[in-house]
Design a protein around this ligand. Sequence first.
Ligand SMILES: *Cc1c(COP(=O)(O)O)cnc(C)c1O
Length: 385
Amino acid sequence: MNSDINKTLSDELKRCFGSAGCRLLSKGRVGLYIGLRAMDLPKGSKVLMPGYTCMVVPSAVQFAGLKPTYLDIDPETFNIDPSLLDSASGAPPSALIVQHTYGIPCEMTAIGGWAERRGVPIIEDCCHSFGSRYEGKLCGTFGKFAFMSGQWNKPFSTGLGGMLLVNDEKLADRVAEIIEREAVAPGRLKNLLLAAQIVAYQWLVRPETTAAMMSLYRLLGKLGLVAASSSNKELRGELPPGYLSTMAPCQIRKGLREMARIEENIAHRIELTRYYQRELPLIGFPVLSAKVPEGLPLLRYPVRVANKHEVLVQAKKHRTEIGSWFELPLHPEGTRMEEFGYREGMCPEADRASREVINLPTHLKVNQSTAGKTLEFLKRYARPV
Ligand SMILES: *Cc1c(COP(=O)(O)O)cnc(C)c1O
């Protein structure tokens, strides 16, 4: 029964992205970890990535025995600046992670050309970009493999959870071997806990309650009372037990429900992205630059403000959903970035974006009226940079 629904969801995702293999896992980061291990890269070699990401990305790279190396972002796209690809000194990198931040596709022509000339394999972080396309081609189809997160606030949510899409038959076989040999399946109790959390999220988390609920969730997570996004151990850079785990049945079911309304989900995001794009200038805020293509299903609409901290405090008070990511070049606040090889000043644009950028939601629980209220809130409490 469980293996049936597993196959159904992974086959549907495979078809959607035209990939050679798809695996359902406990987190997106676990997909990155397994994919890297399957590639058999030289131990200790460098993996390039943007210095504007979740700390779980460099931590997965370290768990795989590799060295995260950061590139700064283009302030207009929030993605790796292709002109910096050759700036990393020393030994050549063994892989490059491109992250389509907020659902904005990376400049794949320039990046792909560079990678091909240098013989550096591309890995895609598609945690924000389900349904985004670059020149008509789906994000997730450009690299050796792509990983997606099924976390609460991601475009394709399985509660917690993650998906690994492999675009190469041989690599898919290696991935299968590693999973067969090492992966643990969540037990009955874990499945029950996750199922309860999925139901709670459905009922309790709305744009007006998001900030309060997320604070509560983080607190319960620290106390070990709910399945949290990252364990305390992981935040310190240590491999937590049961890291390499597969997706629980209740998460797979949630994934099938997401799949059933994926077209609606993407259309809704495109519509709200357009709405923010049209309305933001009317209240004095800049929109995304012309470098960013039109008609994208953004996960969040990024806006730079001069008073980020104050805006977030007021948003919580006024029950308005505003996102804070990324709070640091290696999100979230409190990450000991040196543990992951990041030094302040390494990526000045990422440092600045972390200080300035807030983001506006586009998910299905937000309609145009909520989005309008969010803009009224911004007009009142936020100052453009
Ligand atoms: C959420 C996120 C991840 C991690 O996903 P998990 O499922 O929590 O492991 C990785 N990269 C980016 C850009 C993310 O936003």
